[in-house]
Ligand binder design. Structure first.
Ligand SMILES: NC(=O)c1ccc[n+]([C@@H]2O[C@H](COP(=O)([O-])OP(=O)(O)OC[C@H]3O[C@@H](n4cnc5c(N)ncnc54)[C@H](OP(=O)(O)O)[C@@H]3O)[C@@H](O)[C@H]2O)c1
Length: 265
């Protein structure tokens, strides 16, 4: 299987790591970026093959991952040198770009739209995907194999893409902020930065595993940590008064709305 990446930044690198760790030979992975220097850097870091242009990647690979920023999608796909036809499976990870929009640039390619997340870099990604018209079950097997090499994959309807973009696509950033803030609290109480960060990250990981492992409502789990008149309820009161729940759900909605606006052009 030969996979070509058009754009090799943070998201593409996370996917490349996943594919290599899943046994895809680095030599079967092609990349191009906006300039030869960054392309050479990715090529030497992962042992993948650097190409000069998106057109070269499309010539050499049947499976293409479109991993440029949304604002660059049109320039890349409508470039006169690029040739994409029905032998190409185009997997776009560009936030807020609909399959119907991609199809206007490359009408003959089989198109899949994916919303991955950055946790793919450590095989803990969550990806949601929509299969475009003209794709078949072999295409879906290929896509699932790629996405499951870096975490969990869920097939969704395209109408839900903005919502998952706000939730699983963007929220690693929100959780990183939470981990950082938890660690700050520990440092304020005298722990070393390194130890505080380790405790904060492990605690968030453990809390997520507890939700998944018990199937219990997070609100009940929260109550299980709070003894009447105890220490935790004091902290919970601070978070409730500060509006933490609304703030975080508003952040998901704001990210999803931005994705909606981008979809409309
Ligand atoms: N980061 C995330 O957490 C995340 C999550 C979900 C979805 N996504 C989606 O993933 C896509 C990529 O995001 P990112 O965070 O990986 O961005 P990024 O780190 O900025 O990477 C973008 C890549 O595109 C390359 N590029 C720009 N113009 C190009 C051109 N004309 N031809 C070829 N390559 C070109 C850049 O080249 P240089 O290296 O030379 O600049 C860079 O390698 C976006 O569409 C985003 O919506 C990202």
């Amino acid at each position: 299987m030969r996979v070509g990446f058009i754009g090799a930044g943070k998201m593409a690198k996370a996917m490349i790591r996943g594919l290599i760790s899943h046994g895809i030979a680095p030599g079967e992975i092609l990349v191009c970026t906006s300039n030869p220097v960054s392309c050479a850097a990715v090529s030497s870091e992962y042992g993948v093959r650097g190409c000069e242009s998106p057109a070269e990647v499309a010539k050499e690979a049947n499976i293409l991952v479109l991993a440029v920023k949304p604002v660059h999608v049109r320039d890349v796909l409508s470039h006169p040198d690029i040739r994409m036809n029905s032998r190409h499976l185009l997997i776009s990870v560009a936030a807020g770009i609909r399959i119907s929009t991609l199809r206007t640039y490359v009408p003959d390619a089989r198109i899949v739209r994916v919303m991955p997340n950055l946790c793919s870099a450590v095989m803990s990604g969550v990806s949601c995907y929509t299969m475009g018209d003209g794709t078949d079950s072999d295409d879906e097997k290929t896509v699932r194999m790629m996405l499951e090499s870096m975490g969990r994959a869920f097939r969704i309807e395209e109408k839900d893409m903005d919502a998952v973009s706000g939730l699983s696509g963007s929220s690693p950033a929100f959780v990183f902020m939470v981990i950082d803030a938890l660690a700050d609290g520990g440092v304020r109480m005298g722990l070393s930065e390194e130890f505080a960060l380790e405790l904060a990250a492990l605690t968030v990981e453990g809390a997520a595993r507890t939700v998944m492992g018990t199937g219990e409502d997070p609100d009940i789990l929260k109550e299980n940590v709070c003894s009447p008149g105890g220490t935790t309820i004091e902290g919970v009161k601070v978070l409730e008064e500060g509006g933490l729940r609304k703030l975080i759900s508003d952040a998901v909605v704001a990210s999803a709305r931005k994705s909606e606006r981008m979809s409309k052009g």
